[in-house]
Design a protein around this ligand. Structure first.
Ligand SMILES: [Zn+2]
Length: 114
């Protein structure tokens, strides 16, 4: 998806859309997990190892999604504060292509690479 990182309304739309996407995924995986638990107690088809592995993966996915939601939340705050698109480390503008590929970026390419 492409948008103009200088257009606050467009940025806000993109960030909110992303947040909703992730929230939908989180809700979906929670439902899937509940379904597996039900299935397991009824049929006992998954081995214990598989169940543990699945759970670890699900937790990791949740953790990453939680972090992304936090990043999006703080990007929205920076947007409201008029600080969006400014590198939090060096204060330079974050390159627009970088913002387009990751709208929640907080640092510029130079700082990310150093
Ligand atoms: Zn920087």
């Amino acid at each position: 998806m492409t948008f103009d990182p200088d257009d606050d309304d467009a940025v806000r739309r993109v960030l909110i859309e992303r947040r909703e996407e992730i929230e939908t995924l989180v809700a979906g995986s929670k439902e899937a997990r509940d379904a597996v638990e039900l299935d397991q107690s009824r049929v006992g088809r998954l081995s214990r190892m598989d169940a543990i592995q699945d759970q670890a993966m699900a937790l990791e996915t949740d953790r990453r999604r939680g972090l992304e939601l936090q990043r999006i939340g703080s990007a929205l705050k920076r947007l409201d504060a008029g600080e969006y698109g400014t590198c939090v480390r060096c204060g330079e503008e974050i390159e627009p292509p970088r913002l387009i590929s990751d709208p929640a970026s907080t640092i510029c390419i130079d700082c990310a690479e150093s």
